[in-house]
Design a protein around this ligand. Structure first.
Ligand SMILES: C[S@@+](CC[C@H](N)C(=O)[O-])C[C@H]1O[C@@H](n2cnc3c(N)ncnc32)[C@H](O)[C@@H]1O
Length: 301
């Protein structure tokens, strides 16, 4: 079975339905008028309802990664310092803080940062959340003592649109990590031969709010290294429905391109490759890279 198919079919994984359709068949285009255009990160609660479905699994995976690849400090049970670039609604920041990690998160969206801070306050948890950019956080923030763990899941890394920005990000993470510290980086890799549209659908529900998400990815533009994306949300509450749509483009990485980027930051080495099933037992060789990949990078030293 192709690896991407196995991943998409993994039981429980966001209960996502993934399918491909010919690019000419954008059958949803005529209903666009019924969706108001917005930035889906400006409605953190809806985002959080959608992505929270996998939080427990992701946090357990991060614990497994520390056990499997982490430093002796983490194994000795000392308080682990963790950094989350592009932390969004703070769902993982809060979950790790609850498990005793000392966490710092940052994000570009002021709405996400405010929501994350409020959720921490409401839960009585101590963690730091700031506003900063993936490309330049190392210059923008005083991060304090070194971290044993950094993590950036669900392709947020692809919001960095240039190689220089991506390299600066990785160098910033490397400088924030203690020797032997880990960077867990999850992203969807691109197959430039793909000519079909890719559609993913999943649903989240909490406190009477049901959020239905349809994400469409257009075939990649190999020359510009860009992938056009659209997410459509239908939010149902108390018999009413709101519809919003977000359009964006992010940077593409084939397996060769991401390995080439890592090679430019020699202070980080690849020590493990996993996938979005968040199963520490499922690991891959770098020669097998496709689709949804989680890299475990370790700071040399
Ligand atoms: C897919 S969400 C991931 C959020 C969080 N890591 C999670 O797993 O739920 C992507 C996040 O990246 C943030 N973002 C996008 N571009 C960014 C940038 N250049 N610098 C910092 N954050 C950025 C968005 O505001 C959003 O919160």
């Amino acid at each position: 079975m192709a690896r991407w198919l196995a991943v998409a079919r993994a039981p429980g994984l966001l209960q996502k339905k993934l399918r491909h359709v010919p690019a000419a068949v954008d059958i949803l285009a005529p209903v666009a008028a019924r969706y108001s255009t917005t930035d889906w990160y400006s409605t953190p609660e809806w985002y959080d309802i959608l992505y929270d479905v996998d939080t427990r699994r992701e946090v357990e995976f991060l614990g497994d990664v520390m056990d499997c690849y982490g430093s002796s400090r983490a194994r000795r049970g000392k308080r682990v310092r963790a950094l989350e670039p592009a932390c969004g609604s703070g769902r993982l920041v809060a979950a790790l803080a609850r498990r005793g990690y000392s966490v710092v998160g940052f994000d570009l969206s002021p709405e996400m940062v405010a929501y994350a801070k409020q959720r921490l306050r409401a839960a009585g948890l101590r963690a730091r959340v700031e506003r900063a950019r993936l490309e330049s956080f190392a210059d923008e923030l005083r991060l304090g003592p070194p971290f044993q763990l950094a993590y950036c899941p669900v392709s947020s890394f692809k919001y960095i649109l240039s190689d220089a920005g991506a390299r600066a990000h990785l160098e910033g993470v490397a400088s924030a990590l203690a020797p032997g510290g880990l960077y867990v980086l999850g992203l969807h890799l691109t197959t430039y031969e793909e000519t079909r549209l890719e559609r993913e659908r999943w649903v989240g529900e909490r406190d009477g709010v049901r959020v239905i998400c349809n994400v469409q990815t257009w075939p990649p533009d190999r020359r510009r290294r860009r992938e056009r994306m659209r997410s459509r949300l239908r939010v149902q509450q108390g018999g009413a429905e709101r519809r919003t749509e977000t359009l964006w483009s992010w940077r593409t990485y084939s397996a060769r391109q991401i390995l080439g980027l890592f090679a430019m930051v020699p202070s980080l080495e690849i020590v493990g490759v996993h996938d979005f099933t968040y199963d520490i037992e499922r690991s891959w060789d770098v020669s097998e890279l496709e689709f949804d990949t989680i890299f475990v990078l370790r700071k040399r030293g």
